[in-house]
Design a protein around this ligand. Structure first.
Ligand SMILES: Nc1ncnc2c1ncn2[C@@H]1O[C@H](COP(=O)(O)OP(=O)(O)OP(=O)(O)O)[C@@H](O)[C@H]1O
Ligand SMILES: [Mg+2]
Length: 363
């Protein structure tokens, strides 16, 4: 899974990137601080993985991960080459989800490129730029498809209808994610990697005292996006970045409690991104390695096996499966077996979140 961070300049994108990933991006109080995109890998925090580690004591633990791309701030006209944004919109096209950072804090020392704090206006500025970029993509494609459709090609005609609908939606200032596509239509739409078709998570960057209950800006954002199929998350990004800097787990926990939070916002954010993308986790657990794997909700056992290796999917025979709660209850694979709680699942099995699986296959 890959997520891209967008937003106006100087709203806290790189600071967010730094709390998520171990790669350190430069963040500073001036617009266009980021020029080259920062790419980092984020481990997905998962308490269950820690528990399994405790029970299995493996040689290594491999968490699931998400790749995060932090790009230059976008400004009005970015899609037409204004600012630094346009060249980096290309990096965002390859991601699965968008993290849209909105400035929701007052602070006279931190420059706002448009002179005042107004997350709704900011969101529109960014949306328009992303929509214009998509418009460019769809119009380029339309030119070719129109020609093929003229020859009477049926498939091209269908694609033409889909593309015209997209163009029309964008021209009305709406994002592509507001359109409900059929499976057949998605065949045409998906390869074009439209930015505004991607699921979006709005990150309201607040000050420390608003970390728990948000503030008036957050309320405005929530109201504004209520009609969109989107998630909103409140995060005191600068504070979270300070917390990430702390060496020990205890220190971090103390700091969090101090501001009234139970866990780091980063964990919440990643969970929200999972939900947004309809993803879930299953585990493999052996003495060599305990590992978390990411699969779409609804994936079958062979599809889950295919995430490890395509041969596992092709040659799938069965999956020996233990529910996470049973594993913890009985404490080990052999005890689970003794209790008769290990299930043998076949090709049709829909994997459940937290399943501990062992695949049998032949190649
Ligand atoms: N919640 C916050 N409260 C106060 N200051 C903040 C907050 N979040 C970020 N900042 C500060 O805002 C400044 C800009 O942050 P950052 O460099 O992350 O922005 P950016 O969006 O990456 O900007 P650019 O587009 O220029 O790369 C930094 O000085 C950072 O410490
Ligand atoms: Mg930056």
């Amino acid at each position: 899974m890959k997520a891209g961070i967008v937003g106006l300049p100087n709203v806290g994108k790189s600071t967010l990137f730094n709390c998520l990933s171990n790669a350190k991006a430069q963040s500073a109080n001036f617009p266009f601080c980021t020029i080259e995109p920062n790419i980092g890998v984020v481990n997905v925090p998962d308490k269950r993985l820690e528990k399994l580690e405790e029970l299995v004591v493996p040689e290594r633990v491999v968490p699931a991960n998400v790749e995060i791309v932090d790009i230059a701030g976008l400004v009005k006209g970015a899609s037409k080459g204004e600012g630094l944004g346009n060249q980096f919109l290309a990096n965002i096209r390859e991601t699965d989800a968008i993290l849209h950072v909105l400035r929701c804090f007052d602070n006279e020392n931190i420059i706002h490129v448009d002179g005042s704090v107004n997350p709704i206006r900011d969101k529109e500025t960014i949306d328009i730029e992303l929509q214009l970029k998509d418009l460019e993509t769809v119009q380029k494609r339309l030119e070719r498809v129109k020609r093929t459709a003229k020859t009477g090609n049926k498939e091209a005609q269908t694609e033409l209808d889909v593309l015209l609908n997209i163009e029309n939606t964008l021209l009305q200032g709406k994002s592509i994610r507001s359109i409900q596509f059929t499976e057949a239509e998605l065949e045409f739409v998906t390869p074009l990697q439209f930015i505004t078709a991607k699921p979006v998570l709005y990150v309201c960057n607040v000050d420390e005292k608003s970390a728990v209950s948000g503030n008036k800006y957050v309320d405005l954002v929530k109201e504004n996006v209520a009609q969109e199929n989107a998630e909103v998350i409140v995060l005191a990004v600068a504070t979270e970045a300070d917390i990430t800097e702390l060496e020990s787990y205890e220190e971090r926990q103390l700091f969090l409690e101090d501001i009234g939070l139970e866990e780091a916002g980063v964990a919440r954010l990643i969970r929200a991104a999972y939900k947004l993308l309809n993803l879930q986790t299953y585990f493999t657990a052996g003495v060599k390695e305990v590992r978390a794997w990411t699969i779409p909700i609804g994936a079958t056992a062979p599809q889950a096996a295919g995430v490890i290796h395509s041969d596992f999917e092709k040659g799938f025979i069965r999956a020996e499966t233990i529910a996470y709660d049973d594993y913890v209850k009985f404490g080990s694979e052999s005890k689970v077996k003794e209790a008769g709680k290990m299930r043998v699942e076949g090709k049709e099995y829909i994997v459940k979140d937290g399943d501990i699986m062992h695949f049998r296959f032949n190649v």
